[in-house]
Ligand binder design. Structure first.
Ligand code: F6R
Length: 606
């Protein structure tokens, strides 16, 4: 989950590392540090608790020039938030940064008699001391031996005191990407850190060790030390995509980018008005031959899966199971060779999702991932990948990634209905024609943001909020509640509206905010009965319906309408409305919208 950057080359390394860390801060923001070779080829270390700004201030006091160094933003796993636990860690001749978890660090501490030497409580420092013990002047050999000792996951960048100008890197599961540019050699946990310098990169292959010098980046096979030629990839994002561009927060910018992201994801895959995955090399047989679907994901991506279930099951008439990835692994899931596992992940690096996907594949499922970050582990390791084209998502709270994941799922649903003979070509084209109306509907909701802003003055007075809905509206509510709680810290829960009476309604009292979503014609009157029940108990009701819905005005304290798209597509404008409500609630409480407490963007630890 931590952010990693390394640089060696002609430019001033400290500046590159600090700028890189600012861009990577969404990966972790409890502390940060850098280590670099100074002009005397001595390694200097600066670590600071808090955000990268604090580290920048501390580094500002250091005059030393530098052309090679490594930097890290931390999301604590082992040990509290202290300068000693911040990376880089130094052990004898070794200085390193680490992303991941070393599971056998206790055993290694004993085996190498490290208890007296350790200055921190981290597993990473243990790895540094082990590497120092193994180092006899050949970095490749020492790193190879280290990897044989370690259990767990890691992405390491390492400086050896007697190798100025060189950085060594190795990874297992935790992501690392590297590039050689005219300005020197770079390595990072995320592509966004490379974007100011290059759009070309390669994913550090597992089973390799990478050496960065000012003139070259070279990957070596971990066993034979033969030179490897990893595939060079090109990202189509540019720096603008990773900047706020006049918006006060990344989250607001990303909410506004959704119509464009939808177009980028959907339009290139339309052929004669139908979804077509030929360019993604996803064969129709994958959709024709499966007898059940398992959706595997975490958090917001899992909520996209919940919507997919509500769409796919009635349309395709096959079982669609949605499982939280961290639970999937321990549930002995019923999977066979006729199972299609759809694995959803913005980052493509979420470790629980990755592990669940590997299990599904071991059990015989075909795996199709829906991923935003090109070349990420899940994308590479799934049998088929459908990339979403949302561009970089920097705010920790996911917004545009969610709606493009949904777009991909709706496209799959439509294609499956076609290839399974449920839809004729005309019916599939009609479905998709109506689907495209969601893009202007999302644009229309963005125009209404003042309405969402107005709602929050009441919302932020309350410690709790409830989201209710039935059917598809319930699936949307789950995401609305998550968005609100993660960035406004208001305790928010989503309930199937009909379930309230079975317990939860005890929590509804005078002025408690209830966000009621009622966009489904078939169950509209039932949903309104549930709204009536909470209203009768004094709730402050924020009601979201389609324009023209027959609403009894006395039930809603605030009534927000979305354009009248077909009921199975209402999630798109509703998502925009709920995201804006959460955003303005966070702003209204003066919180850190883009980097909420305790969270990090990419969850690469279990
Ligand atoms: C919430 C959020 C998280 C992620 C989850 C999965 O706003 O962003 O719940 O959706 O951590 O992340 P990915 O999609 O990268 O696998």
């Amino acid at each position: 989950m931590c952010g990693i950057i390394g640089y060696t080359g002609p430019l001033e390394a400290k500046r590159i590392l600090l700028e890189g860390l600012s861009g990577l801060e969404y990966r972790g923001y409890d502390s940060a540090g850098i280590a670099f070779f100074d002009t005397d080829s001595q390694i200097r270390l600066v670590r600071q608790v808090g955000k990268v700004e604090a580290l920048k201030e501390a580094c500002g006091r250091i005059a030393a020039d530098s052309h090679c160094g490594i930097g890290h933003t931390r999301w604590a796993t082992h040990g509290g938030v202290t300068a000693e636990n911040a990376h880089p860690h130094q052990a004898g001749r070794v200085t390193l940064i680490h992303n991941g978890i070393i599971e056998n660090y206790h055993q290694l501490t004993e085996e190498y008699h490290l208890a007296e030497k350790l200055c921190s409580q981290t597993d990473s420092e243990v790895a540094a001391w082990v590497l120092d013990a193994l180092y006899e002047g050949d970095p490749l050999d020492a790193v190879r031996q280290l990897t044989k000792k370690l259990e767990g996951t890691y992405g390491f960048c390492i400086l050896f005191a007697d190798r100025p100008g060189e950085i060594y890197a190795v990874r297992r599961i935790s992501p690392l990407v590297a590039s050689y540019t005219h300005s020197g050699a770079l390595i990072a946990s995320d592509l966004t850190a490379l974007l100011p310098y290059t759009q070309k990169y390669f994913v550090v292959p597992e089973q390799s060790i990478v050496r960065l010098t000012p003139y070259k980046v070279q990957a070596y096979d971990q066993e034979t030390f033969e030179k490897l030629q990893p595939e060079i990839m090109r990202v189509n994002w540019n720096m603008d995509a990773a900047m706020k561009n006049g918006f006060p927060h990344f989250m607001l910018k990303e909410i506004h980018e959704q119509p464009e992201a939808m177009k980028n994801t959907v339009l290139p895959r339309l052929s004669k008005g139908l979804p077509d995955f030929s360019d993604d090399r996803i064969p129709d047989a994958l959709f024709a031959e499966c007898s059940q679907i398992h959706v595997i994901a975490c958090g917001t991506a899992m909520h996209a899966g919940m919507v997919a279930k509500s769409i796919m099951e009635p349309l395709l008439r096959i079982p669609v199971t949605v499982t939280i990835a961290s639970e999937f692994r321990y549930q002995q899931p019923l999977i066979d060779s006729s199972t299609l596992a759809i694995v959803i992940s913005q980052s493509g690096e979420t470790i629980d999702t990755l592990a669940a996907m590997e299990l599904a594949e071991d059990l015989g499922a075909k795996t199709l991932s829906i991923v935003n970050v090109k070349g990420s582990t899940i994308a590479r390791e799934s049998q088929y990948v459908l990339y979403t084209h949302a561009g970089p998502e920097i705010a920790v709270a996911s917004t545009k990634a969610y709606t493009v994941q949904l777009a991909a799922l709706y496209m799959i649903a439509c294609r499956m209905a076609l290839v399974r003979g449920i839809y004729s070509r005309e019916e599939a084209a009609a479905f998709f024609g109506e689907f495209l109306d969601v893009i202007p509907a999302m644009e229309a909701m963005l125009q209404k943001q003042e309405e969402m802003k107005a709602v929050v003055s009441h919302l932020i007075q309350s410690p709790d909020a409830f989201f209710i809905g039935r059917g598809l509206d319930y699936a949307f509510s789950l995401e609305g509640a998550l968005k609100l709680k993660e960035i406004s810290y208001i305790h928010a829960e989503a309930y199937a509206a009909g379930e309230l009476k079975h317990g939860t309604i005890a929590l509804i009292s005078e002025n408690v905010p209830v966000i009621a979503i009622a966009t489904q014609d078939r169950i509209f009157s039932k949903a309104m009965s549930n709204v009536r029940e909470v209203k009768a108990r004094g709730a402050f009701v924020i009601l979201l319906t389609r324009e023209g819905a027959p609403v009894d005005k006395s039930l809603a304290d605030v009534h927000i309408t979305i354009p009248p798209v077909r009921d199975i597509f209402t999630v798109f404008p509703i998502a925009v409305a709920l995201q804006l409500i959460a955003y303005y609630a966070s702003v209204g409480k003066n919180l850190d919208v883009d980097q909420p407490r305790n969270l990090a963007k990419s969850v690469t630890v279990e």
